[in-house]
Design a protein around this ligand. Structure first.
Ligand SMILES: *Cc1c(COP(=O)(O)O)cnc(C)c1O
Length: 451
């Protein structure tokens, strides 16, 4: 396909449609009040454009829906498993794979087998469930991101990695259980990791005898950024780039709810035969027999198709171009966005947009609630409410895969532009009631009133 047009088109047409709720402003005000001013408590039926997450929210293709019908539900040795194994081997070079019900199930099995209490895991940045699973078995999760900016802002900081690997504790007690690289680096905005960085990390893992794992949820978007940005990869086939990425790893976890383009699922793979056996035992305990893991045969079929569709270059061009357009246009209408955007979401700087609201009054919450009231758009706060003491007040709008059209993107831009115009009048929020942990999910909030 030639990509030299200004207009961004979806590289698909629509065969089956799902109506989205369009509410009046009054109905939205009532719904927000009933949800205690917390968008996590809002029923989906009250949301027009849902940008809460790109996880499990993608649209399956007609080929995936057709594949569901071919699912083999045999308990052991399902055809659907062998089909998935073949696709995974083609893309990653790993000859065996465990299906899991989600990425975090793979993380739990990994942490119960390979990790011992007191050990350290070094990661470019741990995803929150990954960190929680490692910490749950008494290990320490350490983040080594590079400073923001540049083409590969998701990279691991190699100097920090050297320092962590060469400390006495690391060498003497073999305290470093593994190095993990998250591709793309979700916690820093879906920023990519370069092949050069992956290989440099591998070299250090070889030098110190430490295994290297990938958290590969967005492997396709990462490969696409390598092809677009890294010298020497422009003419390399995307599948080859993917294989080269996985070639550095001793194992990987993957949430299939992202670039697997399925609504539920995950994968776990390892090369070492002893760990393979240990993981298999743990998998059987909580997920299921190894040829279906935590999934049905039909889920495996949809995933086999989705993993390959995620590498369609027309799709990846469209997805990254659409997100870049979204970011650029938001800036034009007065919304401060973190640039350059990553692969799956747009991040708004709520601190900059709402300078009159102090962190104690949650500028991110003020912004997401205003976006909802203005146009029924649901975004998520990544600031002082979700992470108490956070230095940043961000709002994320994540793009589900193949779900919304460019017209929906334009609509959200218009909604955000209107909110930007009345930004100075937006109220902060205060917590009326909240649990100590994970308070953002269930907090009861109210607009802040001067006393
Ligand atoms: C989503 C995600 C996970 C966890 O996967 P689930 O399928 O939600 O359990 C782990 N790592 C990264 C980078 C993710 O984006």
């Amino acid at each position: 396909m030639s990509w030299d047009f200004q207009t961004i088109i979806e590289p698909f047409r629509i065969k089956s449609v799902e109506a989205i709720p369009i509410l009046s402003r009054t109905e939205r005000e009532v719904a927000l009040e009933a949800a205690a001013h917390n968008l996590f408590k809002l029923p989906a039926a009250a949301v027009t454009i849902d940008l809460l997450t790109d996880s499990g929210t993608g649209a399956m293709s007609s080929a995936q829906w057709a594949a569901l019908m071919t699912g083999d539900e045999s308990y052991a040795g399902s055809n659907s498993y062998f089909a998935l194994q073949k696709v995974v081997e083609r893309l990653t070079g790993f000859t065996d794979v465990f299906p899991c019900h989600q990425g975090r199930a793979a993380e739990r099995i990994l942490s119960r087998t390979v990790i011992e209490p007191g050990q350290i895991i070094l990661n470019n940045t741990h995803f929150d469930t990954t960190r929680a699973n490692f910490e749950a078995v008494g290990a320490e999760a350490v983040d080594l991101p590079v400073p923001p900016g540049g083409d590969f802002a998701g990279n691991m900081d190699l100097d920090a990695l050297d320092a962590a690997l060469t400390t006495d504790a690391g060498r003497a007690a073999r305290r470093v259980a593994m190095v993990m690289v998250t591709i793309t680096n979700n916690a820093v905005g879906g920023q990519p990791v370069s092949m050069a960085n992956l290989r440099a990390v591998r070299q250090r893992c070889d030098d110190f005898g430490v295994p290297l794992y990938l958290d590969a949820a967005r492997f396709a978007e990462n490969a696409w950024f390598i092809k677009q940005r890294e010298p020497g990869f422009g003419d390399v086939a995307l599948e080859d780039i993917v294989r080269q990425m996985f070639a550095v790893a001793d194992g990987f976890t993957m949430s299939a709810k992202k670039d697997g383009i399925v609504n539920i699922g995950g994968l776990l793979a390892v090369r070492d035969p002893e760990w393979h056996q240990a993981m298999k035992n743990e998998l059987i305990l909580t997920e299921g027999f190894p040829t279906y893991g935590g999934l049905a045969g039909r889920d495996l079929e949809a995933l086999s198709v989705g993993l390959l569709e995620a590498l369609d270059e027309d799709y990846l061009h469209y997805r990254t171009r659409s997100i870049a357009y979204f970011s650029e246009r938001l800036i034009e209408v007065g919304v401060p966005v973190i640039m350059p955007p990553g692969g799956h979401a747009v991040y708004i700087d709520a601190k900059k947009m709402l300078p009159h609201i102090p962190p104690e009054q949650f500028p991110g919450v003020a912004l997401i609630n205003a976006l909802y009231i203005e146009g029924g758009v649901r975004a998520v706060e990544l600031g002082s409410l979700m992470f108490p003491g956070s230095p940043r007040e961000l709002v994320r709008m994540a793009m589900p895969r193949r779900v919304y059209t460019q017209a929906h993107v334009d609509y959200v831009i218009e909604v955000a532009g209107r909110v930007a115009k009345r930004a100075a009048a937006l109220p902060g929020y205060e917590i009326v009631k909240a649990p100590a942990a994970l308070r953002h999910f269930s907090a009861v909030l109210a607009p802040h009133r001067e006393i």
